[in-house]
Write a protein that binds this ligand. Structure first.
Ligand code: C2E
Ligand code: MG
Ligand code: MG
Length: 283
């Protein structure tokens, strides 16, 4: 009886595993086709300096237009990352973003930095330096208009080859930024070694600021760390004025969040930016 049960058990697991395997394979094909059929679009979310009241960067956030529905990045980035398609995908996003920036520059609409999220997989296994050089060149864009964001976790476990890539990008004039900072429990060594110029304080810390037992001390420490190292520090995920007040009190003036602006498509951004600039002229 026991033997029998064991056998059935085995059968059950193997069926399940097979199912999972097929599911993964299907997902991979679906993503591959989505890249091939150009189903990804980009949105832009402003990063604002409250001291100057200027948009100093636009973060590029991708979305998947799948049969008239919009799929958010948290539902496909990790799947892309598990395949090698993330490299082709990020190439597509970089090209789209550069094309849009060039259009905005030519039409005198927006002439600032665009910031692209890059996965650790791409950084480690792709040829990011060559890609960036090629894409900037073909779009006639200067490197100073491009910023790349990496998750702290990905930069922590960096190899010598990758360190070289980051330093080359920095010498080229591209800015490098650490996203979701504070979640990677890292040593701070890499901040110097990797030519980082910006820290984005993880949203969970900013979220906590509205609560009673909040992480203001951590937020303050990150801001101080950034300032002391000559880095620019931005608080991401600002949703209410109280969060704004607290970070300003702690000498951080750079913000990104729904309170100021949600991610927008190019037309929405143009409209928003025109208003934003007009308000500034009046103020
Ligand atoms: P992230 O790079 O940390 O981007 C910030 C995320 O927080 C965005 O979510 C943005 O919409 C959201 N956000 C900004 N302000 C607020 C706020 O005030 N409240 C709330 N609740 N959320 C806010 P999104 O667009 O869903 O992107 C999620 C993550 O997916 C990004 O986090 C990024 O890690 C990843 N991602 C998006 N596009 C790309 C891409 O092209 N390549 C790669 N590798 N990753 C991407
Ligand atoms: Mg980001
Ligand atoms: Mg972030």
């Amino acid at each position: 009886y026991a033997k029998n049960k064991g056998k059935n058990h085995f059968k059950f697991y193997s069926k399940q595993m097979n199912k999972n395997h097929n599911f993964q394979a299907e997902k991979e094909i679906e993503l591959f086709n989505a890249i091939k059929n150009d189903e990804f679009i980009i949105h832009f979310q402003p990063e604002i300096d409250l001291k100057t009241n200027k948009v100093f960067a636009l973060e590029v956030l991708s979305r998947w237009k799948k049969n008239n529905k919009v799929v958010m990045p948290n539902d496909f980035i990790s799947d892309l990352d598990n395949t090698n398609h993330i490299i082709e995908f990020e190439k597509q996003i970089l090209i789209k973003a550069c094309k849009q920036l060039k259009l905005w520059q030519d039409r005198d609409i927006y002439n600032g930095v665009i910031s692209i999220n890059i996965s650790g997989k791409h950084l480690e296994t792709g040829d990011l330096y060559k890609l960036v050089v090629d894409v900037l060149k073909s779009h006639k864009l200067e490197a100073k208009y491009l910023e790349l964001e990496f998750n702290e976790y990905d930069v922590m476990k960096i190899s010598t080859k990758t360190l070289f890539t980051l330093n080359n990008l920095s010498v080229l004039g591209v800015s490098l930024s650490i996203d979701n900072f504070g979640k990677g429990f890292s040593s701070f060594n890499y901040l110097r070694e990797c030519s980082i110029s910006k820290l984005k304080i993880d949203k969970s810390y900013i979220d906590s600021l509205t609560k009673e037992n909040n992480d203001e001390d951590i937020v303050k420490s990150i801001i101080d760390l950034g300032i002391n190292m000559g880095l620019s520090v931005i608080a991401e995920g600002i949703e209410v004025p109280l969060q704004d007040e607290i970070i300003k009190k702690n000498s951080c003036t750079k913000v990104q969040g729904f309170f100021y602006a949600k991610p927008m498509d190019s037309k929405e951004f143009e409209h928003w930016y025109k208003n934003f600039n007009q308000l500034n002229i009046k103020a």
